[in-house]
Design a protein around this ligand. Structure first.
Ligand code: HSE
Length: 305
């Protein structure tokens, strides 16, 4: 039976100022997915984890994404996917995007790579929509392309790959669940013009800072006037996490996606570990369980081993 095993990685969406448009892929953690070709037009989903995710294909992120692939092919084929989730659902580091992106990436290998990376992002978005209740590709695009991506437009889909310097990432994951669909409802549909001006200035400057490898410009640009002022209230001790991380030498950071994870960027591994210690110190006083990871940006995208 034709099958492939792939490892889609966690991702950080928004990158502070780029709500719904900027994102980057993390080296770790990654889910494990085995996609198998079937000789009947059907989709089957098997989970080998204890997160209680639905396995009916039409309710499962990977299942919906695989159905979107099947809708594009004429042959009488189908897919079975076995998923071992390592990226905890609701953690804010692109768990649903990894399932959707991994599913379409694996299916594409089995079909002889007939789809481009942009096609795969478009197909995976059908799955992501099941989880977040809205179309956005700021986790899926970096998961598939790797590195840092900017989704300039969804319709038509236009993904821009952004160059970046050496960056280390510290992520704290408080063991709370925030549903993206709920966190999106908190946001006001309109942004005052003054805040919008500051926001797009920062998005432009962040992209320039990344491409010029200008760490000071990156630091000056990591400010959010849209989501963080509302969503940070959902994350215990968010302001302290940020303050102590910056004091420990982080370039900047904020909520990862819709939270509750919080990420910080640093120039080197020593600083990233100091930031991790600072985060632990803040959270040790909260009584909330948490995990802290120090990792880097994954330049490759979905891994094949
Ligand atoms: N851009 C999305 C949001 C990412 O912030 O709602 C969710 O992971």
């Amino acid at each position: 039976m034709k099958q492939t095993t792939i490892y889609p990685s966690a991702t950080v969406a928004n990158m502070v100022c780029g709500f719904d448009v900027l994102g980057f892929a993390l080296e770790e953690p990654c889910d494990k997915m085995t996609v198998r070709l079937l000789n009947e037009k059907t989709v089957r989903v098997v989970h080998h984890d204890s997160y209680g995710l639905p396995t009916q294909p039409e309710k499962n992120v990977a299942g919906v994404a695989l159905q979107a692939v099947l809708n594009q092919v004429k042959e009488n084929i189908g897919f079975e996917v076995e998923i071992t989730k390592v990226i905890k659902p609701g953690s804010g580091i692109g768990s649903s995007a990894a399932s959707a992106a991994g599913a379409v990436y694996g299916a594409n290998i089995l079909l002889g790579n007939i789809f481009s990376k942009t096609d795969l992002v478009r197909l995976a978005m059908f799955g992501e929509e099941v989880a977040s209740g809205a179309q956005h590709a700021d986790n899926i695009a970096p998961c598939i392309f790797g590195g840092v991506t900017l989704v300039r437009s969804l319709h038509p889909l236009d993904v821009v790959e952004v160059d970046f310097p050496e960056l280390q990432v510290t992520v704290i994951h408080p063991q709370l669940e925030i549903k993206t669909s709920e966190a999106r409802k908190l946001l006001k549909p309109e942004v005052p013009l003054g805040n919008a001006v500051k926001q797009w200035a920062n998005v432009g400057a962040l992209v320039a800072g990344l491409m010029k490898h200008d760490y000071e410009l990156i630091t000056r640009s990591l400010h959010d006037y849209v989501a963080e002022p509302v969503r940070s209230a959902l994350i215990p001790r968010f302001d302290e996490l940020k303050k102590h991380s910056l004091e420990a030498g982080a370039l900047g950071g904020g909520i990862s996606g819709s939270g509750p994870s919080v990420f910080m960027l640093s120039k080197n591994a020593n600083t990233a570990h100091r930031v991790a210690d600072a985060m632990r110190k803040v959270y040790n006083e909260t009584g909330v369980d948490f995990h802290v990871h120090v990792t880097t940006i994954n330049r490759k995208g979905v891994k094949e081993k």
